[in-house]
Design a protein. Sequence first.
Length: 332
Amino acid sequence: MKKVFIIAEAGVNHNGSIETAKKLIDVAKEAEVDAVKFQTFKTENLVSKNAQKAEYQKQTTDAEESQFDMIKKLELDLNTHNELMKYCEEKEIMFLSTPFDHDSIDLLAELGLKIFKIPSGEITNLPYLRHIGKLNKKVILSTGMSDIGEIENALDILIESGTQKENITILHANTEYPTPMEDVNLKAMVTIGNTFDIDYGYSDHTLGIEVPTAAVAMGASCIEKHFTLDKNMEGPDHKASLEPDELMAMVTSIRNIEAALGNGIKKPSKSESKNIVIARKSIVANCDIKKGEVLTDKNLTIKRPGSGINPMQWDEIIGSIAKKDYKEDELI
């Protein structure tokens, strides 16, 4: 069984500090996730100067500040990318970053990124999708705010541009931070997988770890979750992120569920096989029985242990002749 690929989404929770970014990498490594992911963008290419913030961003940052000014402070330059990638290499954890514009796609391609994550907001951006599709890399496509037709269109563009379908994983997502439980709609994740016959997963923005764990039980092959050093830090995404101990708990929970899913073959497990003889029953004498007596439902009964004749053979035993003397409770 393929191991669930867990992405710890640092995003912009570094607050523009390379030292904070490295601490986030340390936390991700300690939690034993598969990859730590940041965000790559040039603010001027991403957002116009008069664009409004999302409602959740207004609540977690200065409401008077523009989206442009908020994002500009969170930009990572080329040198920072190089330093963080080198740090990840030293820590033996995969570095990932989501590009939000064409220059950022090129930058990450030049840096040798093996997996390209497409954020939900770009699922209707044809030139962007075509640009990533031409790279023929592994692709993770988030689908927040989209319907099944938009997902199909994006998938077609990626494949037509040169990306192999087997290299694409589609993540069900909801872009509200935090996502209300009633809006999660985890069953839609399975619909995506069934509709497109493709690997699927879940990018989670709920509070807590129950939903990503449930997603794994429903077949998710990839889980992405925001994390932070401290939910009380200033910045747009901290409040809807996991703190270090929560991230560790999520990974443990996912790995436990992953192990518990098994291979789907129903048979006694290695650990329980020894209990068969203890918990099951056998056909035994209900009273003293003499050799030559007819065995009946009066002088036979069924009791533990399970080391004798299987009670499923009851009809075969009834009416047969005792070949020896039996004491009460003796196995037939």
